[in-house]
Write a protein that binds this ligand. Structure first.
Ligand code: HEM
Length: 167
């Protein structure tokens, strides 16, 4: 048994993880919050990405859209991470062997990296281009990558259920 699988087995057998797994209500309730908070997080990210691509709100300065949405994005992310972590714990050994879950975490990491690079490069120079209908190519590439990666995270999140191994 690999060290990572041993850690997953330890998490899986924790009393609270077992309680989530065995409860008729808790797991579906967590998954419901997981999916609803996806709307808050990926929904607000998608609005900014579509503005950067000049698809929506073309005449609104980017910062006037992004700044008020950012708190909602972070609240959504916090809810995704906490409910996702609890869902993971309840099925830890299953998730270890689940290719959709592994690909989802990889895409999640890439989506996070893309946001960081964007914020510390193009976005930090937004005063120069923020009101332009079509922002610089670097910002548009980041927006297209973001929409693609988050769509991938969602598809893999949904696909997890189709790769379940019921031992
Ligand atoms: C932050 C971005 C995230 C997004 C957009 C996302 C999206 C999704 C989606 C769409 C589903 C399918 C829900 C359904 O079929 O009803 C899902 C399920 C799941 N997510 Fe996430 N998720 C995110 C983060 C996480 C994290 C950080 C974890 C754990 C570390 C996680 C763990 C899970 C698990 C275990 C399931 C599967 C539950 C099951 O059907 O057995 N998610 N996620």
């Amino acid at each position: 048994m690999t060290a990572l699988l041993q850690v997953c087995a330890w998490i899986h057998d924790l009393p609270w993880a077992t309680a989530i797994r065995e409860s008729e209500i808790t797991f579906p309730a967590l998954e419901t919050v997981h999916v609803l908070s996806l709307g808050l997080m990926v929904g607000t990210i998608a609005i900014v990405d579509l503005r950067l691509l000049g698809v929506v709100l073309r005449h609104e300065p980017v910062a006037r859209i992004a700044a008020p949405l950012l708190p909602a994005t972070w609240i959504g992310f916090g809810l995704m991470l906490s409910t996702g972590g609890l869902l993971f714990a309840a099925e830890a050994t299953d998730m270890y062997a689940n290719p959709a879950f592994r690909l989802k975490l990889l895409l999640l990491g890439l989506a996070g990296l893309n946001m960081l690079v964007f914020h510390f490069t193009s976005y930090s120079r937004r005063v120069r281009w923020g009101s332009e209908v079509s922002p610089p190519v670097g910002a548009r590439i980041a927006a297209a990558a973001s929409l693609t990666l988050w769509t991938g995270v969602i598809i893999m999140g949904r696909a997890i259920a189709y790769f379940h191994h019921h031992g």
